[in-house]
Design a protein around this ligand. Structure first.
Ligand SMILES: Cc1ncc(C[n+]2csc(CCOP(=O)(O)OP(=O)(O)O)c2C)c(N)n1
Length: 560
């Protein structure tokens, strides 16, 4: 058996049905074997998109996503996707081609040190230099990628390992991974300490991060929150861990978070943080974050404990397992005053969503998006104001239905992630919400959408600006410079060039109808939504306290 056939067998054993990839010379033996297998290969138009699609697949399904790129430029092109998955703890296995083992280090055509490059941006990487090593590498890669804190694992495949024949029976295969034993059960004494603090608190608050979604702990989270009547706020990655329409679901915290949640963080006396890493976007200023609270942090990755803020009660463990323990042990604290206080703030700070303006206000667009979709619709966002408007105003109801690049903030993520999500969940509606900047970084993937008849609806919130950066320039710098697109292409014509339906939306009411029609017909559609370039996000100035939200921009000059 050839190494490439063995690789196919191992991928299948690990449950792989779909690979997002782009071929190249060194991978030809693999493609030879692939075309005879029943693994579906999705030919993307750029390797970065292959990685984001695999990532979107993983986030939507909870399974491991797989992508493939050739050596040299193929490998360097996927690195943005690897770093994106790494920052957001997404389970992706990345296969890259490599020059033959003997030639490694000779600057052969299309050689690049993929192992060196990906070492700091992946959870782990392997370079099996012979076919038998492939077996070990694949099994370990899937295991490492999907367990503990999930993450991307790279397997760099020298061409000879794919070409050579082996008799698998003759080799002893060692899939033991000494030193890699994620701790999933939290320390008993620490849990007891945490429960005591929760029982005695008057103003407890839960902060749910992406770890809750990754460990499929939403049910336990809801059970714990309702049992104790403790309100829940989330990070960007935790969006969907609890329904934002649930009376206890407060929405996202942080720099672009919801005012109520940021006030709740500032006032709470006990913060139960689950599966979150206290990023600077969430915390802003560590010293001013949750200043009155005893902080309990639950995380499966010990390296995250106390990394950016000091923690009173650390618990290393899986979110689901630990929450189950909490549910068994907690005695409900009396939170009636606290929750009614929060409800009052919520009422007073409720954002206005309904506008009749032209150009359209993003809030109005998001209101219409919400009216057009169901709780199961999968939303992917790009990066920028489009992302933060969605994070802020869009009420996510279920886990794995809000997919966004958090840690790396990768423009160009939204559209290919939607492709991956649609392959993972072919029966669901998938909407990709993007800015005109990020869309133009990956719009070649419309060809992939067309080729596979994916009914993805792409909503381009088009302000002819690199809006997020222009906003920062307006608020905190002297010049709005090099952030305007003076001559954007006609996105409808562009969609048509890819044989995809294109629509323009300019007036209130049109977006809901356009989305509903597209979803009903299950036809790929690009919607060019002309929005107000002057609309800014609510923002907490970087480094400021979370209750210092700026909403009034009357003193900011209009964009010219
Ligand atoms: C690959 C990449 N390059 C640059 C940035 C910096 N950046 C963050 S948001 C943004 C502007 C995004 O503009 P657009 O896609 O039009 O979205 P908008 O903010 O207008 O909604 C830029 C340039 C980034 N996050 N990613």
């Amino acid at each position: 058996m050839k190494g490439s056939q063995l690789l196919i067998n191992k991928l299948k054993e690990n449950g792989v049905k779909t690979i997002f990839g782009y071929p190249g010379g060194v991978l030809l033996p693999f493609y030879d074997a692939l075309c005879e297998s029943d693994i579906e290969h999705i030919l993307v138009r750029h390797e970065q998109a292959a990685a984001h699609a695999a990532d979107g697949y993983a986030r939507a399904s909870g399974k491991t996503g797989v992508c493939l790129a050739t050596s040299g430029p193929g490998a360097t092109n996927v690195t943005t996707g690897i770093a994106t998955a790494n920052m957001d703890s997404s389970s992706v296995v990345i296969l890259t081609g490599q020059v033959p083992s003997k030639a490694i280090g000779t600057d052969m055509f299309q050689e690049v040190d993929t192992i060196g490059i990906t070492m700091p941006i992946s959870k782990h990487n392997y370079q099996p230099r012979s076919p038998e090593k492939i077996v070990e590498a694949i099994d370990k890669a899937f295991y490492i990628s999907s367990t503990g804190r999930p993450g991307p694992v790279v397997i760099d495949l020298p061409r000879n390992a794919l070409e050579e024949d082996i008799n698998i029976e003759e080799y002893e295969i060692n899939t033991d991974i000494p030193g890699y034993k994620p701790t999933t059960k939290g320390n008993v004494k620490q849990i007891k300490k945490a429960i005591e603090v929760i029982n005695n608190s008057q103003k407890p608050l839960i902060l749910a991060g992406g770890g809750v979604i990754l460990s499929n702990a939403s049910e336990e989270l809801l059970k714990f929150a309702t049992l104790t009547n403790i309100p829940v706020c989330t990070t960007l990655m935790g969006k969907g861990s609890i329904s934002e329409e649930h009376p206890l679901g407060l929405g996202m915290i942080g720099m672009h978070g919801i005012e109520t949640t940021n006030i709740a963080i500032t006032e709470c006396d006990c913060l139960i943080a689950i599966g979150c890493r206290f990023s600077d976007r969430s915390v802003s200023n560590g010293e001013l974050f949750a200043p009155n609270a005893t902080i309990i942090q639950i995380d499966v990755d010990p390296a995250e404990i106390g990394k950016t803020i000091s923690i009173d009660i650390p618990i290393v463990g899986d979110a689901k397992i630990t929450l189950k323990e909490f549910i068994n042990q907690v005695k409900s604290p009396d939170t009636t005053n606290w929750t009614s206080h929060i409800s009052q703030i919520k009422k007073e700070t409720e954002p206005i969503m309904s506008y009749n303006d032209i150009p359209l206000k993003p809030q109005q667009c998001i209101k219409e998006i919400m009216e057009a979709v169901t709780d199961d619709t999968i939303i992917t966002t790009d990066v920028g104001q489009n992302q933060m408007w969605m994070a802020h105003y869009y009420k996510t109801k279920k886990p794995r239905t809000f997919i966004s690049s958090g840690g790396l903030g990768t423009m160009g993520f939204g559209l290919p992630a939607a492709i991956g999500a649609q392959f993972a969940k072919p029966e669901e509606n998938v909407l990709s919400i993007v800015g005109d900047g990020g869309f133009q970084m990956v719009l070649q993937e419309l060809a992939t959408i067309k080729e596979h008849d994916l009914p993805i609806v792409t909503c381009v919130l088009n302000n002819n600006y690199l809006g997020m950066v222009a906003q920062l320039q307006r608020l905190f710098n002297d010049h709005v410079y090099q952030t305007k697109f003076y001559d954007n292409p006609d996105f409808v014509q562009l969609a048509k060039a890819y044989k995809i339906r294109g629509e323009v939306v300019e007036k209130p009411g049109e977006l809901k109808e356009t989305i509903q029609n597209a979803l009903k017909q299950r036809e790929a559609t690009v919607i060019d939504i002309k929005i107000d370039a002057n609309e800014l996000l609510p923002i907490i100035p970087p480094g400021s306290a979370l209750n210092n939200m700026k909403k009034d921009f009357s003193d900011v000059e209009d964009l010219k």
